[in-house]
Design a protein around this ligand. Structure first.
Ligand code: MTE
Length: 325
């Protein structure tokens, strides 16, 4: 996993996607050979073929309406459901992408409340189901580009963050939105340690938060979010590196100052507040010019603002995009 303090990086982790592919190829090879019971056991152990079912009923079907704005959705081929739900970054559970789904299966996502407060006219606390019922749910197919250099195409289900923010009536002084993941070390094993300064925090400028592309996702592939993808409610900001898309949100606070954000605090030399996808600005330890789409072999060029420049570039007029901020 590459989003780490430099000292934590093992060379074996520098190309997580190729490690992942090699492991798959290795497992396929083992399966071909595999009449030996020991081999089969290894296969199950490593490939996760004995994945336990979710503790609850598992993802449930969601009813969606047609997207309000077709250009917001890409028609690129979707990443396999199995990859979307078993190649995850969710550091509260594990730093190993393939372990997250299993570690997250017992997360209790009901009851769940979401507080929206700070510089608003009407601070509110919502039960998450009540919140979800308030808005028509749209399917939005977005590219997700992780700062580590891999990407996916995911059919999210959700509603515009702007719809929620309008309900609470932002005050004129509000300029940013701060987001927080649930802090519950009983449920998130890695919150018992100091890997990051918990809870996970993220933030957006208010105009970014109000942008029509900015989604609060409650599902993917037509069903409620699997726990490992940030159930019951997560942010999706498709033109920014994936770490901005905070999972399992319990609080949104409108502020007049740039909020503290987890990765910027952990490694300020490497992760900025804006974190807009930009192929011309290298990460201090690797190039961002290309990416590996999960499910493909060859790398492909990374697009400015992850391909959403037409919609969002104007938000940053006059800013030096090479600066980390
Ligand atoms: N949110 C929380 N709370 N904890 C995390 O570790 N990881 C981020 C982001 N949101 C993370 C998080 C990173 S680095 C990425 S790339 C995306 O979630 C991954 O989302 P996915 O697993 O659904 O693909």
């Amino acid at each position: 996993m590459l989003i780490k303090r430099p000292a934590d990086i093992k060379s074996s982790e520098i190309t997580p996607e190729s490690v992942y592919r090699n492991r798959r190829a290795f497992m396929q090879g083992l399966t071909a050979v595999g009449s030996l019971a020991a081999t089969t056991g290894l296969y199950y152990l490593f490939a996760g073929a004995n994945r336990r079912p979710p503790a609850g009923p598992g993802p449930q079907p969601l009813t969606t309406v047609a997207p309000s704005d077709r250009p917001l959705t890409t028609d690129e081929p979707l990443t396999d459901y199995d990859d979307v739900t078993h190649y995850n970054n969710f550091y509260e559970f594990s730093t190993a992408k393939h372990d997250v789904a299993d570690e997250a299966r017992a997360l209790a996502t009901r009851p769940w409340t979401v507080v929206v407060d700070g510089l608003v006219g009407r601070a509110r606390t919502f039960d998450v189901d009540d919140l979800i019922r308030r808005f028509p749910l749209e399917e939005r197919v977005y590219r997700l580009r992780c700062v580590e250099g891999w990407s996916m195409v995911i059919p999210w289900v959700g509603f515009a963050l702007a719809s929620l923010l309008k309900l609470v009536e932002p005050l004129g002084a509000a300029r940013f939105v701060a987001f927080e993941t649930l802090h519950d070390p009983r449920q998130f094993p890695l919150q018992r340690g100091r890997l990051l300064d918990w809870p996970y925090r993220e933030g957006l400028r208010l105009d970014e938060a109000l942008h029509p592309l900015t989604l609060l996702a409650v599902g993917l592939y037509g069903k409620t979010l699997p726990n490992q993808n940030g159930a019951p409610l997560r942010l999706v900001v498709p033109w920014k590196y994936g770490f901005k898309s905070i999972k399992s949100i319990v609080r949104l606070t409108l502020t007049d100052h740039m909020p503290r954000t987890t990765w910027r605090e952990a490694v300020p030399r490497e992760y900025g507040f804006y974190a807009n996808v930009n192929p011309q600005v290298s990460h201090p330890r690797w190039s961002q010019a290309t990416e590996r789409r999960i499910g493909e072999f060859a790398r492909r060029p990374t697009l400015m603002f992850n391909g959403y420049a037409d919609q969002v570039a104007s938000l940053y007029a006059g800013m030096d995009l090479r600066k980390f901020y």
